[in-house]
Each structure stands twice: as C-alpha cells, then as structure tokens.
Design a protein around this ligand. Structure first.
Ligand SMILES: [Zn+2]
Ligand SMILES: [Zn+2]
Ligand SMILES: [Zn+2]
Length: 255
C-alpha cells in the first residue's frame, strides 16, 4: 500500500499560511490530499480519487489504476476523478468505481459530463466509468477481500474504512462504532484520521486517535489526514511506541 496523500482537505502547505510547518523544507511536512493505492493480485486499487491524484500517481510511479473504492463523498476524496481518463485505454473498458449511494450520487452530479458526453466527443475526452454499489458487506476486488468498516464522520455523511488482510485504512472519522471496533481487531497496521491537536467536529484530534489506537492495539499505527498544526518530527517524537505520523509516499506491506 502506498500512501499517496496524508493531508487534510486543504493540503499542507496551506494557501496563505506562512507558519513553520507550511514553510518547512522537510518533505514529510508536505501533505497532499488523502488517498492510498493498493497493489493487489489483479491490479492497482485506489482508495478515493483525491484532488491531487495525477501528481501523486506520477510521483509514486503508478502507471495504471484498475479500480477505485470510495470512503465517502467529500470533495477532497472525489475531485481527482477526471485523472482516471486514460485508464480505460489500458483496461479495455470503463474504470470500476465502488461506492455507497451517496458517493454515486455525488459523482453523477459532479461529473455528469462523463455519463452523458456530447455526441461529437472524441474517445478519451471524458472518463469512462462504471459505478458499482457497495455496502458494509465484504467484497472481492482485484483478487483481494475488502472489508468495509462503518465510521462516524459528520451528521449527514457516513464514511467507510477498509480492511485488507491485516491492514486497515480509516480516514475521515471522529468515532468508531462498537461493531466496527470488532472488525479492526488483530491488525498489523492501522491507518487512522488525526487532524490536529485540538478537537474537531468531524475528525479525531491526535489525542483521540491515540486513544482509539490504544483500544484496538494494532502492531503499528499511522496517522493521516493531518493539518499544518502537526509538525512531523516534533509530533512523532512525542507519540507512544508503535505510533507515528504517516507521510506522503510511505509504503507499507499488505499482510
Ligand atoms: Zn477528507
Ligand atoms: Zn501553516
Ligand atoms: Zn470528509
């Protein structure tokens, strides 16, 4: 699994800000919008199409994406979707996009041109996409078993985390329901939302994320979706053993 982006919705550096983290020369303080790509037996699975997608895939040398699964409908997780446009040429068909109803509706609305292109549009002028429904039942994608994990985010927007083997990716949450805690036992790696030191209405603060990780007891915990309020080295130095801030380009084995 490659962590393509580990930043909150506005990214770090943050426009108009000249705080020490935004001015930092340490690449680990440079955080693009959140997404990951998983190398699975039959291809590359993206989790979300973040706003920075094209630059992220180029940076990590990922030439083709074979399928996408979505956590939720928020803009920072969706708006890189047009960058999927080239992949149907390699796949020989539309790119499968797995998402809940709210995600599919958002994509149909925001990318209406992809589903109803003008008659004179040239091939490849719009992304060719195939929306596939998912729920909370485990599913088989590209030769791997994916377990969706329901997470709390905002009052109106539900989120799915995903477990693949002993690795789980849980972004954009400020609460893990008890039934979902049970799905996250025995992990080698937990990747968990931790926005900033202060509490937030829709994301875990760092302390809340640490407390969540302590309950789940994975072998290793990586925090993601971070704002410019978390300096990489200083924060990592204060975290408990087995916990660290993730960074763009981090690679972890799928076990
Ligand atoms: Zn987000
Ligand atoms: Zn800043
Ligand atoms: Zn969100």
């Amino acid at each position: 699994m490659v962590l393509l982006g580990t930043g909150t919705s506005v990214g770090v550096p943050t426009l108009g800000c000249d705080c020490p983290v935004c001015r930092s020369q340490n690449p680990k303080n440079n955080r693009t919008r959140c997404g990951v790509v998983c190398g699975l037996p039959y291809g590359n699975l993206l989790i979300d199409t973040p706003t920075d997608l094209r630059a992220q895939l180029l940076r990590e040398g990922v030439g083709v994406v074979h399928a996408v699964v979505y956590t939720h409908e928020h803009a920072d997780h969706i708006f890189g979707l047009d960058d999927l446009r080239l992949f149907p040429f390699y796949l020989g068909g539309p790119v499968p996009l797995y998402g809940e109803a709210s995600v599919r509706e958002r994509i149909l609305k925001s990318f209406d041109y992809a589903f109803d292109p003008p008659a004179d549009m040239h091939t490849g002028g719009v992304p060719r996409l195939e929306l596939r429904p998912i729920g909370t039942e485990p599913l088989e994608v590209l030769g791997a078993r994916l377990t969706p994990v329901r997470l709390r985010h905002t009052r109106d927007v539900a989120v799915l985390g995903f477990r693949i083997g002993n690795v789980a990716y849980c972004t954009d949450t400020n609460g893990i329901p008890p039934a979902s805690m049970a799905l996250l036992e025995g992990l080698d790696v937990l990747i968990l939302d931790a926005l900033r030191p202060r509490p937030h209405a829709t994301h875990f603060s760092l302390d809340e994320a640490v407390a969540g990780a302590r309950k789940l007891r994975p072998r290793r915990t990586l925090f993601t979706h971070m704002s410019h309020e978390l300096e990489h080295e200083a924060t990592c130095a204060e975290l408990p053993p087995g916990m660290e801030l993730a960074f763009d380009g981090m690679r972890i084995p799928l076990t």
